[in-house]
Design a protein around this ligand. Sequence first.
Ligand code: XMP
Length: 481
Amino acid sequence: MKLRQETGLTFDDVLLVPKRSAIRSRSEVDTSTELVRGLRLAVPILSANMDTVTEANMAIVMAQVGGFGIIHRFMTVERQAEEVRKVKRSESYVVENPVVIHPDETIKTAREKMVAENVGGLVVVEDGGRLVGMLTSRDVLLAPEGEASVASVMTDRDHLVVASAEAGIEPARLKLHEHRIEKLPLVDRENRVVGLITASDIVKVQKHPYATKDEKGRLRVGVAVGTRPEDEDRAQACLEQGADVLVIDIAHGHADHAMEMVRRLKMRFPGTPLIAGNVATAPGVRDLAEAGADAVKVGVGAGSICITRIVTGFGIPQLTAIDECVQEARRFGIPVIADGGIRTSGDITKALAVGASTVMLGSLLAGTDESPGVSVIRGGQRIKVVRGMASLSANVDRQRLSQEAELNAEDWEKVVPEGVEAAVPYRGSVVDILYQLVGGLRSGMSYAGARTLPELWENAEFIRITPAGQRESGPHDVSLL
Ligand code: XMP
């Protein structure tokens, strides 16, 4: 039997050794990190590409607070691209393609368009894109005549305040304030609409100073894709909507077809950062890095809803996996994402202290308002559902999606699940959860005397603990209220 001599360790097997610290307040700690080379995050936390965790709502809030969301791939290409579009349109310095309407359209059509596009105003343009007016929801709110034209209620061009395409955000803010208006169309010399700046977007910029944004001020978002040839088109469709990062998402990322997909995506989209995974060993990291991956996702069987280790017998305890993978990833200068098994802010600190640059969270975020699905009452408690992407129901849903037909009993029986479905307590907004997690991480970094993540990597020292030490680490010998 070929047997490794080391013992595989995970979060509960160790504690971090407290170090001398000159940090007086958690606010002195900087948690910023690198998702992939050149793309920095203020908060080293990603929401998992799972269908009970990340769609547009989650990705928007993750990016607003300085983290990052990865939209799962278990939906049609069109829907995934639409989720990306929602994130990219949710805020920006300049809305590049504002929703427009022709002046001869009816108020009824305008109302429908505002609802469908989820906007509070329409830019009124003639054929050729020339600006003739603005229509806001207030203009149409109580208009009695639905069939009347947009032109009859809009604010016309002569009464509009506009700015040139080159207007910066600060002059735009001043102009919006000076005229007490909420929308500022941008026009070129021929009076053609080239963009729109809104007061609400400027407020969002001020409200989320650490947001993860692209050069246009739009929130950043990633998308997961598989390894089939048609997944290249999935990637293309999402990139056309502005996706910032691609993630090759398969359970066993150290597979020839994963490396092949890394090469294909890198060839077709050379400028797009590419994360690949999941792996748990140094050779896995090496092969993905050599194929062109810009970061690797580490974790096999560590997730809360995983049964891979039980079903297949494979896996590596997560801290050891991160440690081994980080050492290899550093040779290639690429970051490691620690994915799976994280239950507390202490686990986040440990995963980062071993050398990961970011962590990915699944079930810890699944109980929030921003995850897909609704909360329900079970046994007197409000819960939400989280499911492994290799669980029975997720497998069946996936087949349903690809065959566009109901499955029969035989199809169900053929599934060999490697994940489970579970309930997690409803937890309110993800903003509050992240506040607690980041607060815990900051505190953890101060125990290590580390102001930055590289200092945490440098200073971290672990001590192995026994089951007795583990018991001592939680509340004990008291009755919890
Ligand atoms: P946590 O512990 O944060 O883990 O909920 C989330 C990660 O678990 C992985 N994942 C799975 N692993 N079978 C598995 O073996 C599954 O069905 C499954 N679904 C998700 C994935 O890496 C995710 O980010």
